[in-house]
Design a protein around this ligand. Sequence first.
Ligand code: F3S
Length: 656
Amino acid sequence: MAKGTVAYKIIEKHLVSGRLIPGEEIAIKIDQTLTQDATGTMAYLQFEAMGVDRVKTELSVSYIDHNMLQTDYKNPDDHKYLMSVAKRYGVYLSKPGNGICHQVHVERFAKPGKTLLGSDSHTPTSGGVGMLAIGAGGLDVAAAMAGEPFYLKMPRIVGVKLTGTLPPWVTAKDIILELLRRLTVKGGVGKIFEYFGEGIKELSVPERATITNMGAELGATTSIFPSDEITRAYLKAQGREEDWIELLPDENAEYDEVIEINLSELEPLIACPHSPDNVVPVREVEGVKVDQVVIGSCTNSSFVDLTRAGKMLEGRRIHPDVIFAVAPGSKQALELIAQEGILLNFLKAGARVLESACGPCIGMGYAPPSGGVSVRSFNRNFEGRSGTKDAKVYLASPEVCVASAIAGEIIDPRRLAEREGIKWIKVQMPERFPYGDEAIIPPLPEEEAKKVEIYRGPNIAPLPEFDELPTEIQGEVSLIVGDNITTDHIMPAGANILPLRSNIYAISEYVYHYVDPEFVSRAKKIRDEKGIANIIIGGENYGQGSSREHAALAPRFLGVRVVIAKSFARIHHANLINFGILPLEFVDKRDYAKFSLGDEVHIPELIDRLKGGKEILVINKTTKEEIACKYSLTPKQVSVLLSGGLLRWIKNKQKV
Ligand code: F3S
């Protein structure tokens, strides 16, 4: 039952309904929310549609960090909309250039013992200060801002016991890469990872945040560290000591499962293309020629990361064949490395300094050359995510990145250090950070806020209305995909597509664009000419990756009503339900092979079976076979599906 653990204590304190038994549906109160612009525009459009006058959370922050390119009106329209909507509804606004949402949230807002719901899958980064921080779709976050609790299945709480001491050149990134190596991208589904043991005493808050950040790649609900004296010192240096509380596991805390990692036995690791769990020791891939190297992202761009990387570069030059860039995670981190002279090391080494934003992570303003090798301190390396379809992206610690940038090929930093006489340094945390809140706009008082007019440029399109779930479905299989389909496959990012996130009519033209360019026209034909539902057939772990709800919203707009897969990733599963798409799983996974493109499908007695908790029979009318499907839906999710999605569900509730 995981009693006495940090996660259990926070959940218990925030419990609105349900029992704390793994797998059972619970609802928890949400104290804070965060959104970023790529998911935020839609989240606030949905929040507006809920008709609430002001956010009901203790604190909500809207970050602008993803779509920074301002090459025409689209992104600036979105930014201005977000700025006005924050003013209108009592939300903090972090302006473009202030930093990546998770990095800034840890620095300026995260509080131990509180709950955070964010419309970004790496929201668990704030778990580094002992906060229960969960990533969700924008609609769930909008609902939390409107005062709704967050519903989830009570996760199993896995204790990760860290023993020993990290050797020089081995870092927090290697701890989480080791966990990914052992457990894979599916290993954390339905679980919270809670770190404990002697080993955590060595890890600073930014290092802990690297680990909780990349827990998202395990598919975990969240990851968390206790709030101890290290947390206190960090918050004090941020001028927020009053936000600190001690939050430790009880001595007799029982975890549902325990995994042990001996830090002394770790070595520098690297995730090879194209999955964050494709992890090997760096020494095994040494010698691979490198085209570009970048340090940044919400995983490894803190002051600690930048300082270590910058010190390695002191008096050295980047290899002539390599383009090296650094994107500090926040304005605060940038200010600090400027103050300490580290920034100069980057400049003198020949680095390109990017602004404090997501940038290269999603191919915005910095992408690898065709077929190129990019070594990054980031968290994801799915095919195409970098903006270049055939690029090979490796993920590693900033130390491995810098070593490879100097050598022009992937190299174990220990070997380069020996060769070049580079010393390993332990970064001291500053006693006082430059707070750097100049680009954070606090909420207006309520009366003033009511007078604010919301700006809506031409890139802000109204929300489409969706209907209820029909009693039975007639449909056609319009797409069949394999295992580990990511939300990047479903709804790609990239410089042309991201600016359309506030315009569902325009962005839906890109659904499955790089997987099957014919999908959209086929889906529209089925929706408009045949007047029946689109059905997608998927493999294992369908919808892994980011929290982007556009990967559910846009298919729904194209007429997708059912996805039948071998298994689903957590956030995408929830997003499908939020937009009224039924996620079904094969009872017998071999039945995946019983569908072909264009097969006609009938799903009878849908509502009765859902209400009765019975298996659903999917009839393939083309082959005349019956396929048994199951579903993993809580009573609330069934009710949301029947309403046609969460927005209608909330509106119906408000009418009562
Ligand atoms: Fe941004 Fe990439 Fe993190 S898009 S929020 S840096 S995963």
